[in-house]
Design a protein around this ligand. Sequence first.
Ligand code: SF4
Length: 206
Amino acid sequence: MIPQKTQKAQKQRSRGGHPSDPADTNTQKLLLHTCCAVCAEKAVTDLRKSHTGEITFFFANSNIHPRTEYLARLNAVRTLADRQNIPLIIDDWSPKQWFNSIGHDPANAGLRRCKLCWRMRLQLTRNTAERHGFQCFSSTLLASHYQNRQVLVEEGRLLETGNLTFLPVSRSAADSETAEKGLYHQNYCGCVYSLCDRYEGKFGTK
Ligand code: SF4
């Protein structure tokens, strides 16, 4: 079993894969990419309706800016992991790697940039799942209305291998209420671009 709490996940380049055959994944070990505590709580509640296998959180979010915000979200996920007795793996925070993954290209705005951002984090999740012997992987991003479900599911499916299945969180999870109290709730998606959008929208650019 993977140790609970802080375990640095070594990064590995993504590999091509092919979709696995349909199988009963309900009892299998699942690595859940975890973007924040609120989405994580909704995603776990949803997954546990049908999934009885062990779930492990994987906090891999080099997109988050600045570092103080990253730590606020990580601490909230730690709190949730403790409360629900869910193992937690923490990836390195590497903004340089994130900027490389989105191509440093101003043309990569909006969905184009987000798709690359999701792909990077899903690839890290798939690779870590593979290395640690999980059979399925997923992402709490699917429990958020602010992310594009269709693109996320497509990206996840493309990363499946013969040994690893992408298990989407249900569409209804995004509509559900969080039962856990007092979890940190961010007010922007995560990257510096989304932070600018948030403050430009609120205060303008002067
Ligand atoms: S807005 Fe959100 S999903 Fe899109 S690039 Fe920024 S952090 Fe990633």
